[in-house]
Ligand binder design. Structure first.
Ligand code: NAP
Ligand code: GCO
Length: 265
C-alpha cells in the first residue's frame, strides 16, 4: 500500500454544519491529514466562531453561511467554493438535527423538518457536489448516519426514519456513481458527547447520572460515551485513497453497541 494512502494533501473537503461538534472534530482530522477545510453553518455568528476555533488549532478554514435545506443556497455555496477554494474532493454530510418527541405527539411539520435537514439536505448537497467530482475524475462522500440507521427507540421516529433513509441514500449514491470513481460511504457514530446529546447526559438534581446516561453505558461494551475525536480516524480513512475500493459501506463507530445485547443483570 502507498505510504501516503491516508494523506489528503491537495484535497478540498466540505464538512457541513461544522462550527462545532462532530463536524468540527472530523474537519480537524481531515486537516491534520492535509486537506483544505471548507465548512458552513446557518448563522454568520457561528461561522465566525468556527473560523476562530479552527484558527486556534492552526487551521485556516473557509467558512460560509448556508442552510443545507435550501437548494438554491447550496448550489450557490458550491459554485462559490469552487471559485474561491477549488473543486470539492471530499464531502462530509454532517449537518443534522433531532427532535425527541413521542410519535403521537409529533406534528407532521416537526417530522418534515427533521427529514429535511437529515435526509433531504444530504441529497441536495451531494447532487450539487457530484458533477465537480465527476469532472475531476473522482471524489469521496461521507454521510453521517447513526445507531438509528439500524435501531429504533422511543421519541426519535423522524430521526430514525431520516437516518435509515440516509443509509440507503449512501448505498444508492455508491451504486449510481461508483463508475466515476466516486466512493460514497457512511459513518454511524454511537452515542457521542456533543451538544446534540447534552440533554441525555444532564446530571440529576441529586448529583446522579441521567438515567439515559446509565442506560447507554450499560449498552456500550467500551463503557463510555464516544468523543467526537473518536470519529476522526474513520473519517480520514473514508476520505483517503486507502478506501478507494470501499463503497456503500456504513462504518459504525459505536464502541460496540450494535454488537452487544447489553450488560447482563
Ligand atoms: P450538533 O452538536 O447538534 O451540531 C449539528 C450541526 O449541524 C450544528 O453546527 C448545526 O448548526 C448544524 N446544522 C443544523 N441544521 C443545519 C442546517 N439546516 N444547515 C446548516 N447547518 C445545520 O450535532 P452533533 O452531535 O455534532 O451531530 C452531527 C451529526 O452527527 C448529525 O448529523 C447527527 O445526527 C449525527 N450523529 C450524532 C451523534 C451523537 O451522539 N452526537 C451520533 C450519531 C450521529 P446550528 O448550531 O447553527 O444549528
Ligand atoms: C438519541 C440520540 C442518538 C444519537 C445518535 C446515536 O436521542 O437517541 O440523540 O440518536 O444522536 O444518533 O447514533
Amino acid at each position: 500500500m502507498n505510504q501516503n494512502a491516508f494523506r489528503l494533501d491537495g484535497k478540498v473537503a466540505l464538512v457541513t454544519g461544522a462550527s462545532y461538534g462532530i463536524g468540527f472534530a472530523i474537519a480537524n482530522a481531515l486537516a491534520g491529514a492535509g486537506a483544505t477545510i471548507v465548512f458552513n453553518d446557518i448563522k454568520q455568528e457561528l461561522v465566525d466562531k468556527g473560523v476562530a476555533a479552527y484558527a486556534e488549532k492552526g487551521i485556516k478554514a473557509h467558512g460560509y453561511v448556508c442552510d443545507v435545506t435550501d437548494e438554491d443556497a447550496v448550489n450557490a455555496l458550491v459554485a462559490k467554493v469552487e471559485q474561491e477554494v477549488g473543486v470539492i474532493d471530499i464531502l462530509v454530510n454532517n449537518a443534522g438535527i433531532i427532535k425527541r418527541i413521542p410519535m403521537l405527539e409529533m406534528s407532521a411539520k416537526d417530522f418534515r423538518q427533521v427529514i429535511d435537514v437529515d435526509l433531504n439536505a444530504p441529497f441536495i448537497v451531494s447532487k450539487a457536489v457530484i458533477p465537480g467530482m465527476m469532472k475531476k475524475g473522482g471524489g469521496k462522500i461521507i454521510n453521517i448516519c447513526s445507531m438509528m440507521s439500524e435501531l429504533g427507540r422511543e421519541t426519535v421516529s423522524a430521526y430514525a426514519a431520516a437516518k435509515g433513509g440516509l443509509k440507503m441514500l449512501t448505498k444508492n449514491i455508491a451504486s449510481e456513481y461508483g463508475q466515476y470513481n466516486i466512493q460514497c460511504n457512511g459513518i454511524g457514530p454511537g452515542y457521542i458527547a456533543t451538544p446534540q446529546t447534552a440533554p441525555l447526559r444532564e446530571v440529576q438534581p441529586d448529583g446522579s447520572k441521567h438515567p439515559f446516561d446509565q442506560f447507554i453505558l450499560a449498552k456500550t461494551p467500551a463503557n463510555r460515551w464516544g468523543e467526537a475525536s473518536d470519529l476522526g480516524g474513520p473519517a480520514v480513512f473514508l476520505a483517503s485513497s486507502a478506501s478507494d475500493f470501499v463503497n456503500g459501506h456504513i462504518l459504525y463507530v459505536d464502541g460496540g453497541i450494535l454488537a452487544y445485547i447489553g450488560k447482563q443483570p
